[in-house]
Write a protein that binds this ligand. Structure first.
Ligand code: FES
Length: 109
C-alpha cells in the first residue's frame, strides 16, 4: 500500500449492506460495504449533487435519494437515468481490520 492511503475507519464501522459517509483529506466519500468488501465513491451525485451516501444500497448499487439514479459502487458507473455520468471512485485497502483510502487518485470510469 502506498503512502497515499489514509486510514479512515475500522471495518466494523460500516455494517454489511450499508453506506457511511466520511471526510478524508477534505474529500467527502461514501463507503459502501458490499458483501464484506468496501468500496468508496465520491459523496456527490453526478446528476444534481445530492449526497449519495444518504441513499439506499442494494447489492452493489446505491440509489440517489433525490431523483433515484443508481450507481454501481464497484466502478462508479451510472446505471439508470437521470444520471448519465459516472461518479468518482477511490481505491480502498483493508489491513488488519482497518480501512485505508486513496483520495488523491480518483478514478472515473
Ligand atoms: S441528484 Fe441524484 S438523481 Fe438527481
Amino acid at each position: 500500500m502506498s503512502d497515499d492511503f489514509t486510514k479512515f475507519a475500522t471495518k466494523t464501522d460500516i455494517a454489511e449492506g450499508t453506506a457511511k459517509v466520511f471526510t478524508v483529506d477534505g474529500v467527502r466519500i461514501a463507503v459502501c460495504n458490499v458483501a464484506g468488501k468496501c468500496y468508496a465513491i465520491e459523496d456527490v451525485c453526478t446528476h444534481d449533487n445530492a449526497p449519495l451516501g444518504a441513499g439506499e444500497l442494494v447489492d452493489d448499487q446505491i440509489e440517489c435519494p433525490r431523483h433515484g439514479a443508481r450507481f454501481d459502487v464497484t466502478n462508479g458507473k451510472a446505471m439508470c437515468l437521470p444520471a448519465v455520468k459516472p461518479v468518482k471512485t477511490f481505491a480502498v485497502e483493508e489491513k488488519d481490520g482497518e480501512l485505508f483510502v486513496d483520495t488523491k487518485a480518483a478514478a472515473t470510469n
